[in-house]
Design a binder for this molecule. Structure first.
Ligand SMILES: *[C@@H]1O[C@H](CO)[C@@H](O)[C@H](O)[C@H]1NC(C)=O
Ligand SMILES: *[C@@H]1O[C@H](CO)[C@@H](O)[C@H](O)[C@H]1NC(C)=O
Ligand SMILES: *[C@@H]1O[C@H](CO)[C@@H](O)[C@H](O)[C@H]1NC(C)=O
Length: 476
């Protein structure tokens, strides 16, 4: 039950040599990337569900975070899969941009036919990170999303539930479960958190919710509360969606954890326990790699190898769910790029978008500098949203210019070398710069999860700041 077959990338796409050279030369700052022979193999993994660990340390709850490479069925065509990921990513970003437009126009209700929630969560296929939690005494695995607020799990009695390996939560078997009345403030918060207001359901007066995602995925059900256990820390009367009608690309996870900013989000609901602080270190897709989601606690629990640098979260009253930052610059190989849009508009940081999207002027500047420094390699056709590609099939290793993003307050995100290029073909005949351009200069940029790997990202919602430091992600 708990096992699922998964395809595991064995001789890792990108093998970062352990003694990374951060060298300065006339060609700028570079890191060596070993393009080992690419091999994808199949094996049955028993580690994916119900075996993810958690622990409590110095007041922090540490949940093991894994990449969700566990899907129903065997994937026979990895090249197709790599393409599909980016296709799903394109849909997610399109939906986020559409939401932003609707919200910025201030006409939320008028657009109910689009049914795009304020909560992004859009196209959950791209939400690749899962953690263990306990709801009403039941252990389950849920997807993590910083771009949405409502936490939900599939619930009995199901009208329509997708297959999940874990037993579906049955509230009637939990003595600590309570349904939430539709006249409650929690029910009223739904409008803000999901874009759809809560409705009174049946004669019991329970609060019905409906979250519809841009790609046709949705979850519908009733709001309930129960004891949530995160690691060993109990949170009483946690409000979540008891989903009785759920459809979409949720993989085999039992539900979703919403880490957005509004009142209903897990972070807001647990703020007296965890102080409104959480952080993650997103692992790569390598075999056995794990990362962690840490709730609360003091700084001693982090294993960062560089000091944290913090930047202000830029308030955006119209988009309460998302976390916005002020991107002030990007350096490529130590060279600062110039573009008019730096420091102008907010860029949002999202755990669910894969590839970072930049306004066209910034993207062009970064691409031009990258091409200047990463020259002499044969080019390859573009791949989905990625337009700067190379055929590296005859190379064992290459020197990749470092990419660093700067934010207001001198904060800096040094992109891990595995996050700078995307291996589009498993034989390295198509390797692309893993950044993409937005269509219009005034669209909102997004920092995707591909560029956040092996970095501790701290969200401090109390002090409204976000911090970055390098960390080699591992739960242990
Ligand atoms: C749930 O998980 C906890 C912590 O990993 C474990 O101690 C407990 O035995 C599990 N409970 C069940 C019912 O599997
Ligand atoms: C972003 O930060 C820069 C540098 O501190 C500042 O000049 C600019 O006004 C900020 N932009 C916004 C939108 O806050
Ligand atoms: C990539 O380069 C290799 C070796 O130079 C060549 O044999 C192959 O045809 C190229 N592939 C593509 C898709 O261009």
């Amino acid at each position: 039950m708990a096992s699922c077959s998964s395809l595991v990338l064995v001789a890792v796409i990108l093998l970062l040599s352990t003694n990374t050279r951060g060298v300065f030369s006339s060609y700028g700052e570079k890191e060596v990337l070993s393009l080992k022979k690419l091999q994808w193999s199949q094996r049955s993994s028993k580690t994916s569900f119900l075996s993810q660990k958690s622990r409590t340390e110095n007041g922090a709850t540490i949940l093991e975070m894994r990449h969700r490479d566990c899907f129903s069925g065997i994937i026979s065509d990895w090249n197709q899969r790599l393409q599909n990921w980016l296709q799903a990513d394109r849909i997610r970003v399109k939906s986020i941009q559409a939401q932003i437009k609707i919200l910025a126009s201030g006409k939320t209700e008028a657009h109910s036919q689009t049914r795009i929630p304020i909560a992004s969560g859009v196209n959950l296929h791209t939400l690749n990170y899962i953690v263990p939690v306990t709801v009403g005494g039941r252990n389950m695995t849920v997807i993590v999303d910083t771009g949405s607020d409502l936490t939900w799990v599939q619930c009995q009695p199901c009208k329509l539930c997708y297959n999940q390996p874990e037993p579906i939560f049955d509230p009637s078997l939990s003595s600590s479960y309570h349904s939430i009345p539709c006249k409650s403030s929690a029910c009223q918060s739904l409008q803000f958190a999901t874009g759809n207001s809560g409705l009174c359901g049946g004669d019991a007066g329970t609060c019905k919710y409906d979250v519809s995602y841009g790609d046709g995925s949705y979850t519908r059900g009733v709001l309930g509360s129960d004891r949530l256990i995160l690691g060993t820390i109990p949170v009483e009367n946690f409000v979540f969606g008891c989903g009785r009608n759920n459809r979409g690309l949720f993989g085999a996870a039992s539900g979703l954890m919403g880490l957005g900013r509004s009142d209903l989000s897990l972070i807001s609901q647990t703020s007296d326990v965890f102080g409104g602080v959480f952080s993650y270190c997103l692992p790569t897709t390598d075999v056995g790699s794990s990362g962690s989601l840490i709730l609360g606690g003091d700084a001693s629990v982090y294993k960062n190898s560089t000091p944290f640098s913090y930047t202000r979260m830029v308030p955006n009253p119209q988009l309460v769910t998302f976390y916005f930052l002020n991107l002030t610059g990007i350096t490529v190989g130590g060279v600062a790029t110039q573009a008019p849009s730096f420091g102008k508009a907010g860029i949002l940081i999202d755990s669910g978008t894969v590839i970072t999207r930049l306004p066209p002027s910034i993207y062009e500047a970064v691409k031009t500098e990258f091409l200047k420094q990463f020259s002499g390699y044969p080019t390859a056709p573009s791949f989905s949203i990625l337009d700067t590609c190379f055929n590296l099939s005859s190379y064992d290793e290459v020197d990749v210019p470092t990419v660093k993003m700067q934010f207001e307050g001198d904060a800096e995100l040094t992109v891990d070398v595995t996050g700078i290029v995307y291996i589009a073909k498993s034989d390295a005949s198509q390797v692309c710069l893993a950044l993409a351009s937005l269509t219009f200069e005034d669209e909102i940029g997004i920092i995707g999860n591909y560029q956040q790997k092996n970095t501790r990202v701290i969200y401090d919602t109390k002090e409204s700041k976000l911090g970055f430091a390098k960390e080699s992600c591992s739960f242990y």
